[in-house]
Design a protein around this ligand. Sequence first.
Ligand code: KG4
Ligand code: ZN
Length: 370
Amino acid sequence: MKILAIDTSCDDTSVAIVEDGSILSNIVSSQIEFHKEWGGVVPIIAKRNHEERIDVVIAKALQVAQIHMDQIDVFAVTYGPGLAIALEIGIRKIKELATKYNKPIVAVNHMIGHIYANFAKNSKGKPFNPKLFSKAVFPAISLLISGGHTEIIYMKNHLEFEKIGQTLDDSIGEAFDKVSNMMGLGYPGGPIIEMLAKRGSQDTYKFPIPMINSKDLNFSYSGLKTAVLREIQSMGTVKYPETKEEHAELPNRITISKKPIYQLTKKQMEDISASFQYAATQQLIMKLRKAINDFPIQNILLGGGVVNNVYVRGEIRRELRDIGVKVFYPNNKKLLSDNAAMIGIAGYYFAMREMFTSIHALDRNPALSL
Ligand code: KG4
Ligand code: ZN
């Protein structure tokens, strides 16, 4: 079964060709250059870029996969969660193609895509996570950590999702982005904080680990964010950076924001990053331990952009190894961030069960939940 999948949920225009769970192509056209000067994604810029690029990205995905559109059996598209006007571009295109080629549509929840990235196979049919195919995986727990979500999902089986924990305020990815912003650094903040944290000490600042005493599996990142802000405010005076040269000592991938920032030394930035990253990760580990206690499982599937962070995923894996729980993540750089292949993989599992969506019922759902 050959699937053409589209994801335009946020700031990446992505199209993939997936055959029986194997990725034949996965093209991601990033718009980050257009958004970073605003310190976040600007919906109208995202929409315009998706509109301009979608046909070229589709053509490229077919070319790399070496197939023609008339060989496609199923069309898959992200219908939420995400930015309404961005989702619309992918949905409109999928409707157009499904009508023209008279083929069924699967509508995929972006977060299910992040989970199913774990089940991807390469173009030769070899799984990135072979162990997920060789034994009983379920019941399992999925931890979703992205720019919009921090959630724990209990999965009794394939395509059975029960949300058992979620953030009450900010997502963890948002917290990384905001801490970067507070220090006057760029967007997305996650990779910047991770890089600075490598040289910092996590013991310098004792930031609170929110929700550790709560009995549920929910998360909160606003208290941690506020504690970091207070620390930063206590450090120095406000100034208005005008030139990149002022921050010449920082790695050049860091962009300088236009808003007033607090005067921090590079060492302070590194220590804040490490201490924040430690507290943010500890919260994940504590909640996962509790979830494993409440829901006996042997496998955890990680998903979402924050899984790019080697420290975060490494600590989770290390901490849970002692209690015999295996931690999986999409073992391929492109599958960690937003991409259409994950939508094609999830779409394949839905299509196998003939869970199609009619063209008339298909509509964007920006606040779609699991
Ligand atoms: O899943 P994703 O690509 O998009 C959404 O669906 O939201 O996640 C984006 C989020 C951003 O908040 C970004 O800062 C974060 O993932 N992120 C990271 C890292 N790389 C991306 N967070 C921490 N460390 C990283 N290395
Ligand atoms: Zn995502």
